[in-house]
Design a protein around this ligand. Structure first.
Ligand code: ADP
Ligand code: 5GP
Length: 212
């Protein structure tokens, strides 16, 4: 908050990776540490995996419901990823940002591109890479609900996702989890320090100069 009670406009931290590289794990750790970071819960037409909760991991919706949300301009962005539709609800994001929360987005490269285009000044993007293709396959196989077919499909799509790495502001290789997490939290902290994001600076400097 500034001297005038102005609420800081939060930043949009976009995390992408090939499925299985660990972005959900990293995002959860960030939310666990920082109370003022809120996750954007996407809407999807895919089935919930074992252990996933509606409203918490995703809003699981039918194809018809998803199409209606597109028509009502309910999404900030949406995309078809693998065989399903995924979208970022617009109203929810706006409310969190206006309340000074940083919002974390777990979206694919199409979502990252769309968010960057719409709000270039608020958006910071991070790409998470696996240490090796073998490690990626192991992580996908170990995930609850995975089948050999799902793993094969996601491995085939992983390289297509990885090819978009240059579009991101930051890249993290998720080999050792704690090290990768340390990099992610440093990105958040340094981006918060950017002059344009510190809305109380004008007043602070004026007071320092005796011009307040
Ligand atoms: P994504 O969200 O990118 O699809 P997840 O976060 O679901 O990936 O991670 C996939 C699997 O890999 C999970 O079982 C997770 O516990 C595991 N995992 C994540 N990061 C690491 C790491 N650094 N080392 C070993 N396993 C990891
Ligand atoms: P999963 O099915 O493994 O949860 O997610 C599959 C892919 O969809 C991941 O790359 C994830 O980042 C992406 N994704 C999840 N939600 C959204 C969203 O709202 N928009 C876009 N563009 N991608 C999303």
């Amino acid at each position: 908050m500034s001297n005038k009670g102005e609420v800081r406009r939060g930043l949009m931290l976009v995390i992408s990776s090939p499925s299985g590289a660990g972005k959900t794990t990293l995002a959860r750790k960030l939310m666990g540490e920082f109370e003022d970071v809120a996750l954007s819960v996407s809407v999807t037409t895919r089935e919930a995996r074992p252990g996933e909760t509606d409203g918490q991991d995703y809003h699981f919706r039918s194809h018809d419901q998803f199409t209606r949300m597109i028509a009502e301009r309910g999404f900030l962005e949406w995309a078809k990823v693998f065989d399903h539709y995924y979208g970022t609800p617009r109203a929810d994001t706006e409310e969190k940002l206006a309340n000074g929360k940083d919002v974390l987005f777990d979206v694919d490269w199409q979502g990252a591109d769309a968010l960057h285009d719409q709000v270039p000044n608020d958006c910071v993007s991070v790409f998470v890479l696996p240490p090796s293709i073998e490690a990626l396959e192991q992580r996908l196989s170990a995930r609850p609900g995975s089948t050999p077919e799902i793993v094969a499909r996601r491995m085939a799509d992983a390289k297509a996702e990885i090819r978009h790495w240059r579009r991101y502001d930051y890249c993290i290789i998720n080999d050792d989890l704690e090290e990768a997490y340390g990099q992610l939290r440093r990105i958040l902290l340094v981006e918060r320090t950017k002059r344009l994001r510190q809305h109380n600076l004008e007043d602070h400097v004026r007071a320092l100069l005796g011009e307040g």
